[in-house]
Design a protein around this ligand. Structure first.
Ligand code: DX5
Ligand code: ZN
Length: 219
């Protein structure tokens, strides 16, 4: 049985008490914390940066799964690594040298993720799949929580999983955006092993985080 990990997105958390919120996630079964960093340039929204990640670092021992929706991204990798990120995921469109950025993340001994927007083809990262720890497949256009899952992404997940199996690679397939109780089973069956969720985890079942995480895991 494939182990499914849940990475709740704190974009949907109460920003006035993020430390308490991530403790709640840890106590209720989260496997890692998905931190959505947005710069108002790569995506039309602004969230948090390294100082907040640094402030949150000692509130949990869970890995920080940091999703950098910022551009240019290369010059900020050091700051996020030193602030306490464990996984640093970047968008290929946000760096002019993907190989150099991957190497820099590894230099800081962090896990490397590459994120594919809905319109970005697997093709452009095919040559890097053996060097990275994670592909973050966006199932919404990045920038906001609470959007609707794009069903065509299921085929993309299947295609990615086929490449992973055919080449005997071991990167994780993480899916991000609009994941809920109706689609999580199809997403897992398509080949994902990590699910990001913000709205469903924080809002469904009157905000019963434990129930929502357990339900996503066992669908
Ligand atoms: C969107 C972010 C996602 C989002 C997920 O740009 O990358 O992580 O917060 O939130 P939901 O689960 O509400 O779609
Ligand atoms: Zn995200």
């Amino acid at each position: 049985m494939k182990k499914i990990l849940i990475s709740p997105s704190i974009l949907s958390a109460d920003f006035s008490q993020l430390g308490i919120e991530i403790k709640r996630l840890e106590q209720n079964g989260a496997d890692m914390i998905h931190v959505d960093v947005m710069d108002g340039h790569f995506v039309p929204n602004l969230t948090i940066g390294p100082p907040v990640i640094k402030a949150l670092r000692n509130h949990t021992s869970l890995p920080f799964d940091v999703h950098l929706m910022i551009s240019p991204v290369h010059k900020y990798i050091k700051d996020f690594a030193e602030a306490g990120a464990d996984i640093i995921t970047i968008h290929p469109e946000a760096t002019d040298d993907l190989d150099k950025s991957i190497k820099l993340i590894k230099h800081f001994k962090k896990k490397v993720g590459i994120s594919l927007n809905p319109d970005t083809k697997i093709e452009i990262i095919k040559d890097y799949l053996s060097e990275i720890d994670l592909v973050l497949v966006m199932s919404v256009y990045p920038g906001f929580g609470g959007q609707k899952f794009i069903p065509e992404i299921l085929k993309k997940i299947e295609n990615l999983k086929k490449i992973k199996d055919d080449k005997n690679l071991n990167f994780n397939i993480e899916v991000d955006g609009g994941v809920n109780f109706d689609n999580s089973k199809s997403i897992i069956n398509a080949g994902a092993n990590i699910l990001v969720s913000g709205t469903t985890i924080f809002k469904d079942n009157n905000g019963d985080i434990k129930k929502n995480i357990d339900t996503l895991k066992t669908m």
